[in-house]
Design a protein around this ligand. Structure first.
Ligand SMILES: [Zn+2]
Length: 141
């Protein structure tokens, strides 16, 4: 029998899947065939390395889980920007601190909303003022 026959059985031999007679036949060939013996040595080396690799515990570096958790906490959820979350948190804190203004009819409005309307109105007034000043400057004499 030639080397290709035994070469195809080397994997089975390494895995211990050959019968007694097949092992004896292969070992007989290996005793006088340096090529197949070398191939067996190479296969055994690879198997040994794979087995050793499987036994190595793949542990993350120290603090890895904590850093991932911190990064995930920093990461904005989809559709929610980080700035939006910060502003939302600040507005909630303002809501708690300022409370609500009672309106006629038993309804209430958050104080922060009233402040927000005031700030927005001020911004509009400032922009209108700037616009008017610019148009006056551009007017021909
Ligand atoms: Zn051989």
């Amino acid at each position: 029998m030639d080397c290709s026959y035994f070469g195809s059985r080397l994997n089975l031999y390494v895995d211990g899947e050959l019968g007694y007679l097949e092992v004896a036949e292969l070992q007989g060939h290996l005793s006088f065939c340096p090529d197949c013996a070398a191939e067996l040595a190479r296969l055994s080396e690879v198997r040994g390395a794979l087995a050793a690799w499987g036994e190595v515990e793949l542990a993350p570096p120290p603090g890895f889980a904590e850093r991932i958790a911190a990064a995930a906490a920093q990461e904005a959820r989809p559709g929610q920007a980080t700035v939006g979350r910060v502003v939302g948190g600040a507005l909630e804190a303002l809501d708690d601190a300022l409370g609500r203004i009672p309106l006629p009819g038993g309804r209430t409005v958050p104080v922060k909303n009233v402040l927000g309307y005031g700030i927005a109105a001020t911004a509009v007034i400032i922009q209108v003022e700037r616009f008017l000043r610019r148009t006056r400057e551009l007017k021909p004499l």
